[in-house]
Design a protein around this ligand. Sequence first.
Ligand SMILES: C[S@@+](CC[C@H](N)C(=O)[O-])C[C@H]1O[C@@H](n2cnc3c(N)ncnc32)[C@H](O)[C@@H]1O
Length: 283
Amino acid sequence: MSESLCFQRYLNAKRTVDDRALNRQVWDDMATRVAQKNTPLRVLEVGCGTGTMIQRVQDWNLLSGIPVAYTAIDSEPKSIAVAKHKVKVPADWSLTLQAADVYDFIAAAGAQKWDLLIAHAFLDLFDIERLMPQLLGVLNPGGLFYFSINFDGETILEPTIDAALDQQIVDLFHRSMDERVIDGTVSGDSRAGRHLFQHLAQNKASVISAGASDWVVFAQAGTYPADEAYFVKYIIQIIEDELTGHPALDADAFAQWCAKRKAQIEAGELVYIAHQLDFLGRI
Ligand SMILES: C[S@@+](CC[C@H](N)C(=O)[O-])C[C@H]1O[C@@H](n2cnc3c(N)ncnc32)[C@H](O)[C@@H]1O
């Protein structure tokens, strides 16, 4: 990140944005289904970041009164350290927080199985065709999955700076998600949300419920709620880092565009909307 912004602070700032965005029908359907499961409920969360979903599960009473064995992994040890510091462990829970790559973790899990698999703001970073069979393979027969905040191809930044340039930047940003190479493999999908229906069908998984979970970030009376100014600053910085030096962009025009977007944040004018989808399903 060229300006020194902190990924863990971004993830923490994302909490309130996600809280508003999450599709309540899909969440409520998950709550109904987990209440029917045998206990202790074995939960696996992949890509847990700083543990905000674990806190949400507790704060929103998803599993209250249910004995829970919750395992959460993330490849970034710094995020796991933050999670270990801030996440509480209720009396009827066991909680394992582990720094691990998702593929390595699954390979090492052997015959272990879980009842509920959570992947939040995670799948759109991956080659889903490769990851999905392995992910679903960790579930017990009839196990549930909750895949939330899957990006789905729409980024909206208001107010307009220059309609043609705005569109070009958004298009190039989305293309960069599709062309991202990690460990020599193309990983990422800017339309992961809509494509999940097919990925799940190909793996013989059933969708119980699905719905939109769009991020909508805006300031009121010039002030963004909680730490959301940091959140949008981080998003603009991701775009700047990704596209600086892109041959299709005029370097000066792009630098000015980034500066204007940052000034809009300082003035509390920038509105940021991203279209995403949530899924609940079972194998
Ligand atoms: C967009 S963040 C979302 C984090 C968290 N779920 C949240 O919403 O706050 C994606 C997370 O996936 C993690 N991640 C990326 N690649 C991974 C991998 N191969 N194995 C495990 N975690 C990974 C990153 O470290 C990051 O924390």
